[in-house]
Design a protein around this ligand. Structure first.
Ligand code: NI
Length: 168
């Protein structure tokens, strides 16, 4: 496994619509393993392939709520059901130092393929539902700051540009 470079906003790859994976092969398997290593070493709980510069519909998610940490890889994930509304504070590895409350559906059903190309269907709530929604958005070039009010976003943009000024 290898650690990959995480692309930081406003890298244009983060705004691209990622391509469907026709067939998951050894390349996708290696990418998923590398993404899991990258996510863990950055202390993240989810990562989407565009965040490592690969515009493909692959996400990895760490289910941290159980007794054991389980890493899931979802290929071509599609959220097929949403229910409820809940507020939760989100951050993003591509937006270091930024976090904000985001309102999203509380319960979801996601359909995807696993690394063996088999269809899987997961009903999720809590943190897992939150991560899957955040990462699936990345595949459509959507960042969590897009979900905020204009004023909040403006404030964050200011913070982001200030950050660039101090990091030489
Ligand atoms: Ni993110």
């Amino acid at each position: 496994m290898a650690k990959l470079e995480i692309k930081i906003y406003p890298d244009p790859v983060l705004r691209k619509k990622a391509a469907n994976v026709e067939k998951a092969g050894s390349g996708e398997r290696k990418l998923a393993y590398d993404m899991i290593e990258t996510m863990r070493s950055a202390n993240g709980v989810g990562l989407a392939a565009p965040q490592v510069g690969i515009s493909k519909r692959i996400i990895v998610v760490e289910d941290a709520e159980g007794d054991e940490k389980i890493s899931l890889t979802l290929i071509n994930p599609k959220i097929t059901q949403k229910k409820g509304r809940v507020k939760f504070c989100e951050g993003c590895l591509s937006l270091p130092g930024i976090s904000n409350d985001v309102i999203r559906p509380e319960f979801i059903t996601v359909e995807a393929l696993n690394l063996d190309g088999e269809p899987i269907k997961i009903n999720a709530d809590g943190l897992l539902a939150r991560i899957i929604q955040h990462e699936t958005d990345h595949l459509d070039g959507i960042m969590f700051i897009d979900k905020l009010s204009f004023l909040k976003r403006k404030k964050i943009m200011k913070q982001l540009s200030a950050k660039v000024c101090v990091e030489f």
